[in-house]
Ligand binder design. Structure first.
Ligand code: CU
Length: 75
């Protein structure tokens, strides 16, 4: 198992209920080890096992619950 961390920008994340939905959905996946959401920047940091999970799957699972996201480009 190798861990990778990526940051996603979720423009429609407006309140704690949004954060709860997003966090619950992502952490319910066994390949996700940590989720940190920041309302002020609209960023969601996801730590996951990149042997079994990838950015596309994270983006589509967020899309499925009504939070289209984009990956934040690393500087
Ligand atoms: Cu909300």
């Amino acid at each position: 198992m190798s861990n990778k961390e990526d940051t996603f920008v979720v423009e429609d994340m407006h309140c704690n209920a949004c954060i709860n939905t997003i966090t619950k959905t992502l952490t319910s996946n066994e390949n996700v080890s940590n989720v940190e959401a920041d309302l002020s920047t609209k960023e969601v940091k996801v730590e996951y096992d990149d042997e079994n999970f990838d950015v596309e799957e994270i983006l589509s699972s967020l899309d499925m619950i009504g939070f289209p996201a984009t990956i934040k480009k690393k500087p």
